[in-house]
Design a protein around this ligand. Structure first.
Ligand code: AMP
Ligand code: MN
Ligand code: MN
Ligand code: MN
Length: 278
């Protein structure tokens, strides 16, 4: 069976319209699928009642931004009621947070001589949930940098001037928004936060205490060599496993849509729980 529980569309920082993503997922043979845009369910809501959604086994999804101590952490939510007040309120709060952060990023960029970034990034984002990739794209188009990669390396990446992280709600709040809406909360790409082993264990403890249900053992932006380690970590903490490509756009060396579950080690996977509850 082929599944994918972590993907992005134009509703956040992906390149494809939600319907186009469903068509690609279908072509890739995906049987269970989630669109997990950053801090918005707009893409999911726009396609949830279509034939294509049925064909790929679409469930609700989102990737929520939060903070744990000083670290920005991503929590994927799956199979929740997208109309539940807890989820609607959290998405509204995060939309507001992104707006405030965008203003702060633009001010900081103006401080180093890059003017007009807010208007520029908003024009790129259009209706999408605004994020650093929209700033990066505008900076490259405006000639402030040579590439999106350079924009992150010099201005927007972790620890750089445009990395304004303290607007996000605490980890426990976003986990609870997902569980209160009836969904399962998944700690996304646990190794991308560059935590020490001790801190990662502390994060997982706090995540579980808040009601977290699974960790992502396979993510297209995380080396596959970590699969076994993360599977053991999930099992040792009584958490389920989830997998996703984290697809954003076609990119020669980037992840493709769809993961064949046959190649995963034995374990407790979120889709088994979804099938059991269906
Ligand atoms: P945000 O959620 O607005 O803080 O933006 C984070 C997003 O930027 C991530 O989800 C990635 O899609 C993208 N991103 C992060 N680092 C880089 C990078 N070095 N180059 C290109 N895109 C990146
Ligand atoms: Mn992204
Ligand atoms: Mn992420
Ligand atoms: Mn993602």
């Amino acid at each position: 069976m082929i599944v994918d529980f972590h993907t992005h569309s134009l509703a956040s920082d992906g390149a494809l319209a939600p319907m186009e993503l469903l068509r690609r997922a279908k072509a890739a043979g995906v049987r269970q699928f989630a669109l997990t845009d950053h801090d918005t369910t707009a893409g999911y809501l726009s396609v949830r009642h279509t034939n294509e959604a049925d064909e790929v086994g679409l469930i609700s999804g989102v990737e929520l931004s939060c903070r744990w101590a000083t670290t920005t952490v991503h929590v994927v939510g799956l199979n929740f009621d997208a109309d539940a007040p807890a989820m609607v309120a959290m998405v509204e709060q995060l939309t507001q947070a992104r707006e405030e952060r965008a203003e702060k990023i633009a001010k900081r960029l103006a401080g180093v001589g890059i003017d007009g970034a807010l208007e520029g990034a908003k024009a790129i984002a259009n209706e999408s949930q605004i994020g650093r990739p929209h700033f990066a794209t505008w900076m490259a188009e405006a000639g402030a940098v040579d590439s999106v990669t350079e924009a992150f390396d010099k201005y927007l990446g972790a620890g750089k001037i445009g990395d304004a992280k303290m607007f996000w709600p605490p980890l426990s709040d976003v986990v609870q928004a997902i569980t209160q809406a009836g969904g399962v909360a998944i700690l996304a790409h646990p190794l991308k936060y560059r935590l020490t082993g001790m801190k990662l264990r502390a994060l997982i403890n706090d995540f579980k205490a808040a009601g977290g249900g699974a960790i992502e053992v396979l993510n297209g932006r995380q080396p596959e060599t970590d699969l076994k380690r993360l599977s053991r970590l999930a099992e040792g903490n009584g958490l389920m496993c989830s997998v996703g490509s984290d697809f954003h756009r076609d990119f020669e060396y980037g992840p493709k849509l769809g993961i064949d579950v046959e190649r995963l080690p034995n374990g407790a996977y979120v889709w088994d729980a979804l099938e059991a509850s269906a």
